[in-house]
Design a protein around this ligand. Structure first.
Ligand code: PLP
Length: 401
């Protein structure tokens, strides 16, 4: 009998749309997801933990579900295609992806990370891997030339995140990658806020792109996941090894959910950015706001870098209330449509208070010095009618005036 599962898992005459000949939206919907031999238009969810072998060691590329899974493989092909990379790896969370990268380093290695980095990333390098002899410096890289002062002979990785959280600084990925390449140091960009729809770090010179797919890629606040993409075969081998060895892999249902979310990524990102710009303009005019931070505003210090490396400034807006901690809390409690919650990137608008929520673990003096003050708020602008969002914000401003 002929095996049903001759690789690849796709209909014989199906076109492969993984390569750059196709546009981004087309690849979002089709890459890695050609109909299989049943004709199913949506990828199957393979729950099986193990795969039959015709003899010991003789299989079709799938042995055991921690090592490989057909649904996950489709997601990995899709992610690689979207980032313009050769190899994609899916993880159980963004933090599991970060852990996998850190686990590729060795005792005595040094990492330079941007200072305004995701809190969980800081925790992984500072609280877990430091114990194992991997030292990380967290430095301000708004001026890319500052990187030169921090690279050491044992620096093995530069960790970037742009736009940063919650201050939405834009790092110059091209210049930073050039400087690092000169010293033979690979650059990783946490591309969660931008998504490959708006920014493709590998094309800008980075070696690795990393994601929390929990955010915009999943896009509906209903699945936790992570990803790494690279075109470097040596890094791909290392990541493949730790993905299997450490086992932080997503299940097949979660892999399916992320694939499903990605199908609408380009239309969602377009509307997220459109609504975010409208909210940023609205906040700029409010007398209750002392500062609006949005890379799409001319007042943003890295507005030009944003224009040169991003398709649009994205859906995140931060701002400072002209007032105290008590005013910020009262403002948040007065919102009725916009939800106060951690996380971002879903279809619904969320607002967070970094100093008491996501960044509470950073000591107050360091927080304030970095600009994470008690009156700073961060909005993940969703896809609602923007007029309804403005009315909700306006009513909450009235409550504190
Ligand atoms: C959420 C987030 C992470 C961590 O991802 P999880 O899926 O929550 O583990 C990493 N980086 C950024 C920028 C994030 O927003």
């Amino acid at each position: 009998m002929v095996s049903q599962f001759e690789q690849p898992i796709r209909r014989e005459n199906a076109m492969s749309v993984n390569d750059g000949d196709f546009g981004f939206a087309t690849r979002s919907i089709h890459a890695g997801q050609e109909p299989d031999e049943t004709g199913a238009v949506m990828p199957a969810i393979y729950l099986s933990t193990t795969f039959a072998q015709s003899g010991p060691g003789s299989h079709k590329g799938f042995e055991y579900a921690r090592s490989q899974n057909p649904t996950r493989k489709r997601l990995e092909e899709n992610l690689a295609s979207l980032e313009g990379g050769k190899y994609g790896f899916a993880f159980a969370s963004g933090c599991a992806a970060t852990t996998a990268v850190a686990a590729c380093l060795s005792q005595g290695d040094h990492v330079v990370s941007v200072d305004d980095v995701y809190g969980g990333t800081f925790r992984i390098f500072d609280k877990v891997f430091r114990k194992f002899g991997i030292a990380t410096d967290f430095v301000d890289l708004q001026n890319p030339l500052a990187l030169k002062d921090h690279l050491r002979p044992n620096t093995k990785l530069v960790w970037l995140e742009t736009p940063t959280n919650p201050l939405l600084h834009i790092l110059d990925v091209r210049t930073l990658s050039d400087i690092a390449r000169h010293m033979h140091v690979p650059v990783l960009v946490d591309n969660t806020f931008a998504t490959p729809c708006l920014q493709q770090p590998i094309k800008l010179g980075a070696t690795l792109a990393l994601h929390s797919t929990t955010k915009y890629l999943g896009g509906h606040s209903d699945v936790v996941g992570g990803a790494i993409v690279t075109s470097d075969p040596e890094w791909a081998e290392r990541i493949r090894f730790v993905q299997n060895a450490l086992g932080g892999v997503p299940g097949p249902v979660d892999s399916f959910m992320v694939l499903r979310g990605i199908k609408t990524l380009s239309v969602r990102m377009e509307r997220h950015a459109q609504n975010a710009k409208a909210i940023a303009d609205f906040l700029t005019k409010s007398p209750r706001v002392s500062e609006v931070i949005y890379p799409g505003l001319r007042s943003h210090p890295q507005h030009a870098t944003c224009e040169s490396q991003m398709l649009s400034p994205g859906g995140m807006v931060s701002f400072r209330i002209a007032g105290t901690l008590a005013d910020s809390v009262k403002f948040l409690k007065s919102l009725r449509l916009i939800t106060c919650a951690e996380s971002l990137g879903g279809v619904e608008t969320l607002i967070g208070h970094p100093s008491t929520m996501t960044h509470a673990s950073i000591p107050k003096e360091i927080r304030e010095e970095r600009g994470i003050t008690d009156n700073l708020l961060r909005i993940s602008v969703g896809l609602e009618d923007v007029q309804d969002l403005k009315v909700d914000l306006e009513n909450a401003f009235l409550a504190i005036s």
